[in-house]
Design a protein around this ligand. Structure first.
Ligand code: GTP
Length: 157
């Protein structure tokens, strides 16, 4: 288990296995690959980040991931792997986020993308760009860097 402090000064615990915190994650982050590009969404305040959000009542984590990808980007996702989980100790209440890896079969243009400004495709080495201002803080900490490394080890891309 890896521990670090995020940009909000919250402690975060990260593990690359399922059920690391013994309860079902209430949030999901989906690392999306579309052909040879990364599919991100533009969060209205945080900037560019992988799609994700809350798991709704009655949904599996994977179903929530597919729904969030569709809502925030118009992408039809096939979940390829459950990479791991992280727990954010937010003072308003700690939450656990599952990290999924998905392949996007097709991208459909939509009229609304819920709380986001819609899809953004990034080609090439994403990790060399995450410190740019337009990227969300959730892309800049250990979670995404370690998850992309893990996905590469698993030959997911
Ligand atoms: P939406 O705008 O609906 O996507 O909600 P949110 O993600 O801003 O709210 P949420 O209740 O999910 O998040 C509560 C707090 O945790 C906020 O301060 C977020 O900035 C922060 N947070 C959300 N997702 C992450 C994450 O993946 N990593 C870290 N470190 N903090 C996060």
């Amino acid at each position: 288990m890896l521990t670090f402090i995020d940009k909000n000064q919250n402690e975060v615990h990260l593990a690359f296995f399922r059920n690391a915190f013994s309860i079902k994650p209430g949030h999901v982050l989906v690392i999306c690959r579309h052909k040879d590009e990364w599919l991100l969404t533009k969060h209205s305040t945080r900037g560019l980040e992988f799609p994700g959000g809350k798991v709704e009542k009655g949904e599996t984590v994977e179903e929530a991931g597919m729904r969030e990808v569709l809502e925030e980007t118009g992408g039809t996702a096939v979940i390829k792997d459950y990479l791991g989980e992280y727990k954010v100790h937010d003072p308003k209440g700690a939450f656990i986020k599952a990290i999924l890896f998905a392949e996007i079969l097709h991208l459909e243009e939509k009229e609304t993308y819920f709380e986001t400004d819609g899809p953004v495709l990034v080609k090439g080495n994403l990790l060399s760009r995450i410190n740019e201002d337009e990227f969300s803080f959730i892309m800049k900490d250990e979670v995404v860097t370690a998850a992309l490394k893990k996905a590469k080890e698993k030959r997911l891309y």
